[in-house]
Write a protein that binds this ligand. Structure first.
Ligand code: ZN
Length: 275
């Protein structure tokens, strides 16, 4: 079996592997994103919970202070009513005035705190419900990812083993070129030969569409490892007619310069790749 044929088999296995992995990768990326969002919500919820607790404590303390002042004011009113001298009366009255001011300040604070506490608790409740919604999405995404993994696991193992087996038989230098091309070009690492004009012996690269020099076609049909002179992909053909026509036609050993000249049968004025 030619190196090209071996690479083509490997290429096909690789494509299947990429396809399977990409489905799993997609599910994993989605799961990761949902988990991140869920964690961020949890952080916000916990901060709001702490803030609410703090606000509630401050509110209780001010409410207690208001009650204490109220009791004190009531007791001073009693003392004022039973005061015997105007001096005593005036002193109590002054103290009463001060306490009333203090109470009014505390009451204003209580009202502001009630509003703030309500707002914060509202946010906390809303974010808590968002968090539990997000948790459900995470759960579903996890189940989906696990199902996808289970679905492709056996096939992945099978293909990975098949790939290793195929790779063993491929010469290291060809393998290196192939892997670099796959890394850069993915599914375009290898390309078939496209027939432009069979009778005029005109073919192009199926990937970049550049016309192939006669030597390239001859090389491909003889089973040699051949790369597109233009886009550098590895070329192959499974078209038996191309192979037949190449065998029928004497293989040009010297590069005929006319293959480089613009051909009349080159529709669309395709550029001829230089060898
Ligand atoms: Zn090409």
């Amino acid at each position: 079996m030619s190196v090209t044929k071996q690479l083509l088999e490997l290429f096909s296995v690789d494509k299947q592997l990429r396809g399977l992995r990409s489905r799993l990768d997609q599910a994993e990326r989605f799961l990761g994103l949902q988990k991140t969002q869920h964690n961020e919500l949890e952080v916000q919820v916990s901060a709001l919970k702490a803030e609410t607790k703090k606000l509630r404590a401050a509110l209780h303390s001010d409410e207690a202070e208001a009650t204490r002042l109220e009791t004190k004011i009531a007791s001073l009113r009693d003392s004022m009513n039973s005061s015997k001298t105007s001096k005593e009366y005036n002193a109590i009255s002054t103290e009463l005035g001060t306490l009333k001011d203090q109470k009014s300040q505390v009451e204003d604070r209580v009202i502001a705190q009630l509003t703030k506490t309500d707002e914060t608790e509202g946010k906390y409740k809303s974010l808590t419900s968002q968090t539990s919604e997000r948790a459900k999405i995470v759960e579903r995404a996890q189940a989906d990812r696990d199902a996808k993994e289970a679905e492709v696991k056996d096939r992945l193992n099978e293909l990975t083993a098949q790939r290793a087996e195929l790779a063993k038989a491929i010469p290291a230098d060809a393998m290196k070129i192939f892997e670099e091309l796959v890394r850069v070009r993915g599914d375009e690492a290898m390309s078939h030969v496209e027939v432009v004009d069979r009778r005029a012996y005109e073919y192009s690269c199926g990937s970049c569409m550049m016309t192939l020099p006669v030597e390239s076609v001859a090389s491909i049909t003889s089973g040699k490892f051949t790369r597109c002179v233009s886009c550098h992909c590895i070329l192959y053909t499974e078209d038996t007619d191309i192979v037949k026509s190449a065998t029928a036609k004497p293989t040009p050993t010297k590069p005929p310069s006319k293959s480089k000249s613009p051909s009349k049968s080159n529709p669309g004025g395709k550029q001829t790749a230089k060898a």
